[in-house]
Design a protein around this ligand. Structure first.
Ligand SMILES: [Zn+2]
Length: 336
């Protein structure tokens, strides 16, 4: 192997190889292929360690945009398993800053920046305060990753790889474009609109939000983490798909405060019924209820109240929507 081959092989990681194969995708002047609306469940677990259910994360494909909703630990690994490239993520939204919803934020920003080699647009980031401060404290000059970023921007060995990936020195630091949002915020994208609602969770310590996306193909609402709340009913009204936290089995909650913050399966049945959604997807599932017999009992008891479709979510499940209907549900075996 000669020197040129060595540099090329260092530069061309599997992700970079895909980027090289799809060179035009990196060209900001070209519009990527338009996609119908879909949501992929990247992480359907909780803060508890699990090999089968990573922490919270969702991936929306709409038009030319790839949007993540929350990015908890393991969610980014699932994103790559789902067949997508880090560099193709255009927007990241956070419902709240519990670590099981945001710990892979650093991985997303840094890998995207590294692989993108200054040839892709900055990531658009939306979340409740203090997402701007968190971003600064992670990626700013005095931030947690400040010394790493400086080394990659200035050391000759890192610049060799950066330039082999197509970058041109001086190398820019990662600079996610952060917008702090609150219940009532509306974000308009290219062929989509995201409306932000209030989630009932762990206030006043964290501001907690829920999201709804509307497109010409359909609508999806994601509660983030929320107990039973009329604000969720309002936000989800008439949605095609409601992604709802289903943390535990009704009646097993340790305290009323726990139920108010996390809800239970019978609460979720009422919320889905009142909101008039077509499909309810259960996520944020504890191992204690993710058992044969218990799953079926939960789904059956929800269907006694709610007459739409009930889906037991799993990592890498992908729901495709056309004309306001879920037309495809794909599953994929996650690597453990
Ligand atoms: Zn939470």
């Amino acid at each position: 192997m000669d020197r040129r081959d060595f540099i090329a092989s260092v530069a061309v990681s599997p992700v970079a190889a895909a980027a090289a194969a799809a060179e035009s995708d990196l060209d900001a002047t070209q519009t990527p292929a338009s996609r119908p609306l879909s949501i992929t469940l990247l992480g359907t677990g909780t803060p508890a360690p699990s090999l089968t259910r990573q922490s919270s994360g969702y991936l929306i494909e709409v038009g030319s945009d790839l949007i993540v909703w929350d990015h908890g630990p393991g969610a980014h690994h699932r994103l790559i398993e789902s067949g997508h490239r880090t560099i193709d993520v255009t927007h990241a939204f956070f419902t709240h800053l519990h670590y099981d919803h945001c710990m892979d934020y650093g991985r997303l920003v840094l890998q995207r920046w590294d692989q993108g080699a200054d040839r892709i647009a900055d990531l658009q980031v939306y979340g409740p305060p203090p997402i701007a401060r968190m971003t600064q404290q992670l990626f700013g000059e005095d931030g947690i990753y400040g010394p790493d970023i400086r080394a990659r921007c200035e050391h000759r060995s890192s610049l060799d790889v950066f330039e082999a990936r197509g970058g041109k020195a001086p190398r820019k630091r990662p600079s996610p474009r952060v917008t702090e949002i609150h219940a009532g915020s509306v974000i308009n994208g290219n062929g989509w609109k995201i409306t932000v609602g209030h989630a009932q969770h762990v206030q006043p310590y964290l501001e907690c939000l829920a999201f709804r996306i509307d497109t010409k193909e359909g609508s999806i609402c994601y509660t983030g983490d929320s107990g039973p709340s009329s604000t969720i009913v309002e936000l989800a009204k008439g949605c095609d798909v409601l992604i709802h936290m289903n943390h535990y089995f009704s009646g097993t909650e340790p305290t009323p405060a726990y139920r108010a913050a996390c809800g239970n399966h019978r609460d979720n049945a009422e919320i889905a019924k009142r909101a008039g959604v077509k499909t309810l997807v259960l996520v944020h599932l504890l191992a204690q209820i993710d058992q044969p017999g218990i799953r079926e009992q939960i789904v059956h008891e929800i269907q006694e109240v709610f007459d739409g479709t009930v889906i037991w979510g799993e990592d890498l499940m992908k729901l495709g929507l056309v004309n306001a209907r879920v037309t495809t549900i794909e599953t994929k075996q996650a690597a453990e």
